[in-house]
Design a protein around this ligand. Structure first.
Ligand SMILES: CC(C)[C@H](C(=O)O)[C@@H](O)C(=O)O
Ligand code: SF4
Length: 470
């Protein structure tokens, strides 16, 4: 048999039918649903008088529009309230399992899927959300879909798809102190660009990736979409299997044994062909900070803001100039001199328990309170269960004592769809995944960093090499 990549295997195991032009019908194992991209899908289903094809494949949660402050009196904003109420009503009507806003298991869809064992190796996982790539960390074929596709999946449990090409991003070596999975993925995007993965499914491999925890692998796959690839993947190993075992939705007993036997084969065969291979030396990494308005505009904490005059390519020069203007940065300014107004530790990239621990450890190490110029520092756990775990470990106390706000789970300040946002001109150190103009609020300026770097910036008031703070 010819050697196959992990992507080839996942694809082959889910294809129901392929047309001559390559369009395939893929079977979908898990459909995650949130309030933003599902209302029209349910409406379409009802207009066609269809039922949900396989109820148990669906799991729903509201995350983008939920408030992160006290929820006892509901949602103040009428638009957000309508979105959340609509999802509740749709799930109730169809009998779809949903974690409602005040359920302890509620959280960001990409955090709760894996946490519940609803995301499993070998699955096809879709959701009307581009960061569905996160779930590829489990050796699952996972990607975002549009609202009309959400309706298609609800109605048929299948999706029309065309196979992408295979790309391998191989990261080798031990991560230096102060660097984490976030720095790895920012560096990858810095190298290949936001279009580098377009048309590919990216498998992340190499010793650095193997050494990452499942949470770290999720952080990397989460941002595959920012590298242009709809899906990111990591092969299954003991780390994967250990993480998956014993979760509410995972198989048990003999079913688990059968599943593990299958999962063990979910890696790329020796000698399989990749259409593109990129190699990264992790030992050379430094903590990363984005300076511009695209995730590829990224440098290390030891660098300076780029100088457009040094760029020969006029298109690139124009892009740098525009980004610097929006970000209100002067060329050649040391990244470590950039002062910030707000800090956001959260989002589906970095809101799991290890992220909370990493940030709290820095806060504790530096000691004292957040810097005077930092108006607001938010810590938003990715789910109610992450929040409870963090509280059991006393992390909330560490944050609160230092002046951070400890919030309820949701997308929060990752994007301006709820009450948490930047005001025009404000500058934020954020652990999220997108730094586009206005992403965190009209006129807001976003710098993407790791949880450790965000915590360090909060304490010092400007970006700082986390290896240098106390
Ligand atoms: C609202 C949703 C459709 C969107 C996405 O697809 O990713 C959001 O989650 C984001 O991060 O921009
Ligand atoms: S946390 Fe941010 S990136 Fe993730 S799903 Fe929510 S809005 Fe999208």
């Amino acid at each position: 048999m010819t050697a196959r990549t992990l992507y080839d295997k996942l694809w082959d195991d889910h294809v129901v039918h392929t047309e001559e032009d390559g369009t395939a019908v893929l079977y979908i194992d898990r459909h995650l649903v949130h309030e933003v991209t599902s209302p029209q899908a349910f409406e379409g289903l009802e207009m066609a008088q269809r039922k949900v094809w396989r109820l148990s494949a669906n799991l729903a949660v509201s995350d983008h529009n939920v408030p992160t402050t006290d929820r006892s009196s509901g949602i103040a904003d009428p638009v957000s309230r309508l979105q959340v109420d609509t999802l509740d009503a749709n799930c109730d009507r169809h009998g779809i399992t949903q974690f409602k806003m005040n359920d302890k298991r509620q959280g960001i869809v990409h955090v709760i899927g894996p946490e519940q064992g609803a995301t499993l190796p070998g699955m096809t996982v879709v959701c009307g959300d581009s960061h569905t790539s996160t779930h590829g960390a489990f050796g699952a074929l996972a990607h975002g879909i549009g609202t009309s596709e959400v309706e298609h999946v609800l109605a048929t449990q299948t999706l029309l798809a065309k196979k992408a090409k295979n790309m391998l991003v191989k990261v080798e070596g031990r991560l230096p102190a102060g660097c984490s999975a976030k720095d790895v993925v920012l560096a990858i995007i810095g190298k290949i660009g936001t279009a580098g993965g377009t048309g590919y499914t990216i498998e992340f491999g190499g010793s650095t990736i193997r050494a990452l925890t499942m949470e770290g692998r999720m952080t990397v796959c989460n941002m595959a979409i920012e590298a242009g690839a709809r899906a990111g993947l990591v092969g299954v190993d003991d780390t994967t299997i250990e993480y998956v075992k014993g979760r509410p939705f995972s198989p048990k007993g003999v079913e688990l044994e059968h599943a593990i036997a299958y999962w063990r084969g979910l890696h790329t065969d020796e000698g399989a062909h990749f259409d593109k291979v990129v190699e990264i030396d992790a030992t050379q990494l430094r903590p990363q900070v984005t300076w511009g308005t695209s995730p590829e505009m990224v440098l290390s904490i030891e660098d300076r803001v780029p100088d457009p005059d040094k760029e020969k390519d006029s298109v690139k020069r124009g892009a740098i100039e525009r980004a610097l203007q929006y970000m209100a940065l002067e060329p050649n300014k040391p990244i470590s001199d950039i002062r910030i107004d707000k800090v956001f530790i959260g989002s589906c990239t970095n809101s799991r328990i290890e992220d909370m621990r990493e940030a709290a450890a820095v806060v504790q190490r530096v000691g004292g309170r957040i810097a005077g110029n930092v108006k607001l520092a938010l810590v938003v756990p990715g789910s109610g269960l992450v929040k409870a775990q963090a509280e059991a470990e006393g992390l909330d106390k560490v944050f609160k004592a230092a002046g951070f706000e400890w919030r309820e789970p949701g997308c929060s300040m990752c994007l301006a769809m709820n009450a948490d946002r930047l005001e025009p001109g404000e500058r934020c150190a954020s652990t999220s995944n997108r730094n586009f103009e206005g992403r965190q609020g009209a006129g807001g300026r976003t710098h993407l960093v790791s949880p450790a770097m965000a915590a360090a910036a909060a304490m010092v008031g400007h970006f700082v090499d986390v290896r240098r703070v106390a």
